[in-house]
Design a protein around this ligand. Structure first.
Ligand code: GLU
Length: 453
């Protein structure tokens, strides 16, 4: 184990932002790369803005992504590691003792009930592993309040005291903290301590270059499981927001990232968040996922969407039907969140028909051909090869393209104009279901046409 100690120090004020998740990830990667320790520290000193829901969102988001920590608080209030849990709200006595220390050394003083730090009036250089040396002119700086009138310590103090107390060796955080760092370095020095190394990671912008806010699409980590994204895909994408393997590959395993990740390679330029790319990456992971691994994910999503009843047993009598339907749909989609739309018609005959497609496909001619195909399907073996042969030879005999049959039959059995590969879909549905649905469509739409004439 190396002596590297890093931490993710979120303030629990709302949802877990994707930018915060990336900060957590880069800390975690650095700890795993170096064999160091990754600490979770909840910076919850602002009672007015902190909520238990926000703390829960941090735990849930990190757990979903698979970012585990070696020291710090667990969701149930216990600790991981032998020192935590690290909730700043539980560490007040430690901060008070440091304020006292600064007071007694004359580096802080009382002013109108508050405590102020005698900020050195000088130019401070922040040596940053990513940004290089950044200078801050603090010659005109006012003294910094470190404890308010009510005695409560401020962010700058608690942040520095904890980094010191926890033996943090590298502070990896968002670039928005870069200017704070000159204050933090001054506090470290006043406490007679060597500041840690700093690595400020560039911000995440929207694709158009504007600053990403919490209202933007994709900003909340909780959105991703809800929309059926895979954690591996989101993690892969987050790695690419500011870092990349030298060969510019975009699909990379976490194990490989851990091997290769290092701070100096983190990109100096702001990263742009590209939802389309994340969607594409998700598709790569989704298609690689085995059918059996997809089953529980699909079950959850389809039950939540009420496509499947809550008591549907994926290992019960419909076990094979469920898997066969999932298998042919899986090939066509990039995101598990698309499953309800693509699968609902497998489980009920009561689906609606796309109106535009009905107008275009269920013409008198279309319905006539559908009827003809229907009569042809009663006898022949009901498998992909034969179904395709039937359709093609029927079409050829009439001098038509197979589309003349394909579109009406697809619409009749699924209500949709696009979907899984048709012959596979018919085979999976089976003869009884297919004939029943064709009959239903024939009846309904022939009548509708008769009424319209
Ligand atoms: N609580 C601060 C934040 O969430 C911590 C910053 C840091 O990592 O030092 O922005």
């Amino acid at each position: 184990m190396s002596n590297v100690r890093v931490r993710f120090a979120p303030s629990p004020t709302g949802m877990l932002h994707i930018g915060s998740a990336r900060t957590a990830l880069f800390n975690w990667l650095y700890a795993r790369h170096t064999g160091g320790t990754f600490i979770l520290r909840i910076e919850d000193t602002d009672a007015a803005r902190n909520t238990p829901q926000a703390v829960a969102a941090i735990f849930a988001g990190l757990q979903w992504l698979g970012i585990d920590w070696d020291e710090g608080p667990m969701a149930d209030g216990t600790t991981r590691g032998d020192k935590g849990p690290y909730f700043q709200s539980q560490r007040r006595a430690i901060y008070d003792s440091y304020v006292q220390k600064l007071l007694s050394s004359g580096k802080a003083y009382e002013f109108e009930g508050a405590i102020k730090f005698r900020t050195p009036k000088e130019i401070i250089t922040v040596p940053d592993v990513i940004c290089g040396d950044v200078q801050f002119d603090r010659t005109q700086e006012a003294d910094l309040v470190i404890a308010r009138k009510d005695g409560s310590p401020v962010f700058h103090l608690t942040n520095v005291v904890d980094d010191l107390e926890m033996g943090i060796t590298h502070v990896i955080r968002g670039e928005d903290h870069l200017s704070n760092t000159s204050k933090h370095i001054a506090l470290f020095r006043a406490l007679g301590a060597e500041p840690p190394k700093y690595a400020h990671i560039p911000l995440i912008l929207n694709r158009d270059g504007s600053k990403m806010s919490k209202r933007n699409e994709g900003a909340a980590v909780a959105e991703y499981p809800a929309r059926g994204y895979l954690p591996e895909a989101v993690m892969n994408y987050l790695c690419l927001l500011g870092w990349s393997p030298k060969d510019n590959r975009e699909i990379i395993t976490m194990q490989e990232v851990i091997e290769k990740f290092d701070l100096p390679q983190v990109n100096r330029a702001n990263a742009r968040f590209d939802m389309d790319k994340l969607f594409w990456i998700n598709g790569m992971y989704f298609s690689e996922m085995s059918l059996e691994d997809t089953v529980p994910l699909a079950e959850k999503i389809l039950k939540e969407a009420k496509v499947l009843p809550a008591d549907f047993d994926v290992n019960g009598e419909d076990r094979n039907y469920f898997r066969a339907a999932l298998a042919i749909v899986k090939e066509k989609i990039k995101l598990a969140g698309e499953l309800p739309e693509w699968m609902s018609f497998f489980f009920t005959d009561e689906f609606s028909y796309e109106e535009k497609a009905v107008a275009k496909v269920f013409t008198p001619e279309g319905l006539k051909l559908l009827k003809q195909l229907r009569d042809d399907l009663t006898e022949a073996p009901f498998d992909v090869v034969n179904l395709e042969l039937r359709v093609k030879s029927l079409a050829a005999a009439l001098g038509l393209k197979s589309g003349a049959f394909v579109h009406p039959v697809r619409l009749a059995v699924s209500g949709r104009s696009v979907g899984p590969s048709l012959y596979h879909m018919l085979e999976v549905m089976g003869r009884d279901r297919v004939l029943r649905r064709i009959d239903k469509a024939l009846e309904r739409f022939s009548k509708a046409q008769a009424a319209a004439v």
